[in-house]
Design a protein around this ligand. Structure first.
Ligand SMILES: Cc1cc2nc3c(=O)[nH]c(=O)nc-3n(C[C@H](O)[C@H](O)[C@H](O)COP(=O)(O)O)c2cc1C
Length: 169
């Protein structure tokens, strides 16, 4: 089963509420998903994941320094080609998710556009948006996962099995 890990930094629970809703949305599309505080994230969680969503609230027009460090460490975790998504709660400028998405692209991740930002505490309709993002991540990762699995098995492309003359005009 494809794996989605949702990493977050949240000082008063707003971005965490978003992370939990993203996980709920992903799980509703039958992928393995979990939310984890960035301080408790292990490098194996990142390496094992097929998709990584990272969320941070914005402080003084950027991320808090420990989150910046975490983002810098992504490079060492071989994340190129994994699906990525960035999100976060904010008050007035909301730079953090944009910066996360930039870094994800820099390290070669396949990033879902646009980033998801919610002002202050997410209300019901905001949480629905978060669930939608979780579903979109799951759909994207399942497509990639199925393709990679079939390539590993060496499945022939369907069209090769269609004999000439049977394939239409
Ligand atoms: C000291 C401080 C600085 C902040 N700086 C910014 C900022 O520069 N831009 C912004 O959009 N929001 C800023 N905020 C607002 C937070 O991003 C917002 O309250 C957010 O909902 C917190 O989410 P969290 O509970 O997930 O940490 C700031 C809040 C505090 C307390």
């Amino acid at each position: 089963m494809p794996k989605v890990v949702v990493v977050y930094l949240s000082t008063s629970g707003n971005t965490k509420a978003m992370a939990d809703a993203i996980v709920e949305g992903a799980k509703s599309r039958n992928v393995d998903a979990m939310a984890v505080n960035f301080q408790e994230t292990r490098i194996e969680d990142i390496k094992d994941a097929d998709a990584i969503a990272i969320g941070s609230s914005t402080f003084y027009y950027k991320m808090l320094p420990p989150m910046e460090k975490f983002i810098e460490s992504l490079e060492k975790a071989n994340v190129a080609d994994k699906v990525g998504a960035a999100f976060g709660s904010y008050g007035w400028s909301g730079e953090a998710p944009v910066m996360i998405a930039e870094k994800m692209r820099e390290v070669g991740m396949d990033v879902i556009d646009p980033v998801l930002r919610i002002q202050y505490q997410p209300v019901e309709k905001d949480l629905e948006e978060c669930k939608r993002l979780g579903k979109d991540i799951a759909i994207k990762v399942k497509k990639k996962y199925t393709k990679a699995e079939s390539e590993k098995r060496g499945d022939a492309p369907l069209m090769q099995e269609v004999k000439m003359g049977e394939g239409g005009h």
